[in-house]
Design a protein. Structure first.
Length: 285
């Protein structure tokens, strides 16, 4: 028996076998279209030297498409029922590739080690946790070099936004600290079961060297402060973070940033300079 992918009837049969009735409230939208998962694997540029980290494999639609393309797939699934069924599904649909799969039962937001170091992240992420999951995994696993995630279209816009736009915010800057990103296309609602109420988008990323000299936590603290009151000028928004508005202005000017600007106009390099100036300040040593 050769490898084959899951179709709509297969997905529904697996769900029925497990007694699963997917709900939109839990973000359970299973991909039922084989062409979509093939496209995701292709656009993710997965190679046979890659160890792919897949988050939330669900019933295995994307997993089965990843296995022929990668050296190994490490699937992290929080649902014990789904995690327990996945190896059997792979053995049935792709028996020659079953040894390439490792299933980890756990919460992707909390996982800090895996049986083998992942090099690529490819996942259909639940909309409500997509941003924190991606940022956590990039922070926890420096070996992740590239990847592609399917997320809500609005989230895709935020993760790939450039300075100056309304959707540019905390996720945009923090993602830019880790990687260069691009929108890799849209995904129609009809490829999911049940059909979601929102559109989906693909975000591809390639890790790059972070801005040098300043710890990530320091940079992210500035980002959080700047966008907590995004309508305020940086002088006002960073007053609490700096200790006073006057000190915020001093730090901003030293970092060559206009104190009258707003956070949405700054790129990650500017936020890094601000954090660096505060670290260099004698008052906080």
């Amino acid at each position: 028996m050769g490898e084959r992918l899951l179709g709509p009837a297969d997905v529904r049969a697996l769900a029925a076998d497990l007694g699963i009735r997917p709900t939109k409230t839990l973000g359970q939208n299973f991909v039922i279209d084989a062409n979509t998962v093939r496209r995701i694997v292709r656009d993710a540029e997965v190679g046979l030297d890659d160890v792919v980290l897949e988050v939330g494999p669900g019933l295995g639609s994307l997993t089965l498409a990843l296995l022929p393309a990668a050296r190994r797939v490490v699937a992290v699934e929080v649902d014990e029922t789904l995690a327990g069924r996945l190896p059997r599904t792979v053995a049935e649909f792709a028996p020659s590739l079953a040894d390439r799969l490792t299933v980890v039962t756990g919460d992707a937001m909390r996982v800090t080690e895996l049986p083998v170091a992942p090099t690529a992240l490819v996942a259909n992420l639940p909309y409500n946790v997509a941003v924190p999951v991606v940022l956590h995994l990039l922070g926890a696993f420096p070996t992740l070099r590239h990847g592609l995630v399917m997320v809500q279209a609005e989230v895709a816009d935020r993760l790939t936004a450039s300075p100056g736009g309304k959707v540019y915010g905390v996720p945009s800057v923090k993602m830019a600290w880790y990687a260069g990103t691009r929108r890799a296309g849209n995904v129609g609602r009809a490829v999911f079961w049940p059909v979601p109420n929102v559109d989906s988008g693909l975000v591809a990323f390639t890790r790059r060297e972070p801005p040098a000299g300043v710890p990530r936590a320091d940079v992210f603290a500035v980002v959080d402060a700047a966008f907590a009151q995004r309508r305020k000028t940086l002088r006002a928004a960073l007053a609490g973070w700096a200790g006073s508005a006057a000190e915020a202005e001093r730090i901003l000017r030293a970092a060559d940033v206009d104190p009258g600007a707003r956070g949405e106009s700054l790129d990650v390099a500017a936020f890094t300079r601000i954090a660096g100036e505060r670290r260099a300040s004698p008052s906080i040593r």
